[in-house]
Design a binder for this molecule. Structure first.
Ligand code: MG
Length: 420
């Protein structure tokens, strides 16, 4: 586990994005959505690193998560027809190590500080009332840097929060989401200890979660899952391998096909779309892709190859809300079902996921509850309340509640103001 850095405020940034000067964001036709065209300028980009820890280890095929560093971005926008500035907060989903994905928290911190943050700072946000125009504009400015989608999603979320807060609108209303509650599911780690796994699933069911996702890996798959299914015959149960199997090794997973699982998620390597297409043809159980779908355009490739029945849509991993909505549109037109998996985020990231999960076509409950799994430290963004198996879609201005200053200070270990 990395040692906690000393708390301190540093001014940093090598101005990698400064050469081109202020950039114009947005780009939708003025007034296209019927709203007044307004320009905001990004006048501050600050980064904070939080040290959080999971109350219980979360085991997957690639390791065990306990330490959960979280990178936050705070942006300030000025302009429009309101005096003063409005701030917005974004969360980066990158984990402590580059195991789930190439991105990891320390790397995300560096690319945000040195490359993405400087490009965003000073840029002009043009909005015509359609938040998607603004978000696509953010994407174009950050698109000068290849990859690093989780880091980009962090800044995009912060800009969306600030602009929506400034406009007095919720993310849900900006996306056209009318539902006020969305169903929530829970995640359970590898069932190495079957008794503990059974208790965890029972606890999730008792808490009201309507779907449970269990991690699997070679050597810890069909036997324990079959046992869990016999204990919970009516539960929407799914498994997630995080790409741990080769094509030959995945033969053993044929033994899951009579269990009525909601899906088998990412059984093969993310790059093996043809292998997944073969499993779609071979199994009755839906095949879900998560890590394979890196951006919206990948959805078209997956659809063309018939490589998935379902896609796990994570705004935080796809590059943000804008790319996620694009991916959603493409999946819907291809007849691919959707659901939203969690990234062990704070309530900030989960608020975005809840709003996006209110779009049509989400066929499984998302990993939206706070207890999958919980943090040792209080969540600076307040937590998520589960009621009758659902969580509330945030209806206030912005993408979610702002952080509690005292809670945030208590878990912040490093701060940086980005400079151009
Ligand atoms: Mg997954």
């Amino acid at each position: 586990m990395p040692a906690a850095a000393s708390v301190g405020r540093h001014v940093s940034g090598r101005g990698a994005g400064a050469a081109s000067g202020a950039s114009g964001l947005g780009g939708g036709a003025p007034g296209a959505a019927g709203g007044a065209r307004r320009a905001f300028r990004i006048v501050a980009v600050d980064l904070q690193r939080l040290d959080l820890h999971l109350a219980a280890g979360h085991r997957t095929s690639y390791g065990e998560e306990r330490y959960r560093p979280v990178v936050l971005a705070r942006v300030v926008v000025e302009g429009g027809d309101v005096a003063g500035g409005a701030e917005g907060w974004g969360e980066c989903a990158a984990l402590a190590e580059p195991t789930y994905d190439e991105e990891y928290a320390t790397g995300a911190w560096a690319v945000l500080r040195d490359h993405l943050g400087p490009r965003l700072l000073g840029a002009e946000v043009v909005t015509d009332g359609d938040v998607m125009h603004t978000l696509h504009g953010v994407g174009r400015v950050l698109g000068a840097v290849r990859g690093h989608r989780m880091a980009k999603a962090c800044l995009e979320m912060a800009v969306a929060d600030a602009v929506l807060r400034r406009s007095g609108r919720s993310l849900a209303s900006a996306l056209g989401v009318e539902t006020t509650h969305v169903a929530a599911g829970a995640a359970v780690g590898l069932p190495v200890d079957l008794g503990r796994a059974r208790d965890e699933v029972a606890g999730a069911v008792a808490a009201g979660f309507s779907r449970v996702r269990v991690k699997i890996a070679p050597g810890c798959d069909v036997g324990p899952v079959r046992s869990l299914r016999s204990s919970f015959p009516d539960l929407a149960l799914q498994v997630d391998a995080n790409g741990a199997y080769g094509r030959d090794g995945a033969r053993v997973l044929d033994g899951l096909d009579d269990l009525g699982l909601a899906c088998v998620e990412q059984p093969l390597d993310p790059a093996d779309l043809l292998g997944h297409a073969e499993l779609v043809r071979r199994w009755r159980t839906p095949v879900c892709l998560d890590e394979s779908v890196r951006d919206a355009a990948d959805v078209d490739v997956v659809a063309a190859l018939g490589a998935a029945t379902l896609i796990c849509l994570k705004p935080a991993r796809l590059g943000g809300i804008g790319p996620a909505v694009d991916a959603h549109r493409r999946a819907r037109s291809a007849g691919i079902g959707l659901w939203c998996g969690g990234m062990l985020q704070t309530a900030r990231g989960r608020a975005v996921d809840a709003a996006v999960s209110g779009l049509p076509g989400f066929v499984l409950a998302g990993d939206l509850g706070a207890a999958s799994p919980a943090f040792v430290e209080p969540d600076p963004f307040g937590g998520v309340e589960l009621r009758s198996g659902s969580v509330k879609v945030y209806q206030g201005a912005g993408v979610g509640p702002p952080p509690d200053a005292d809670r945030l200070r208590a878990v912040t270990v490093e701060e940086v103001s980005v400079v151009r």
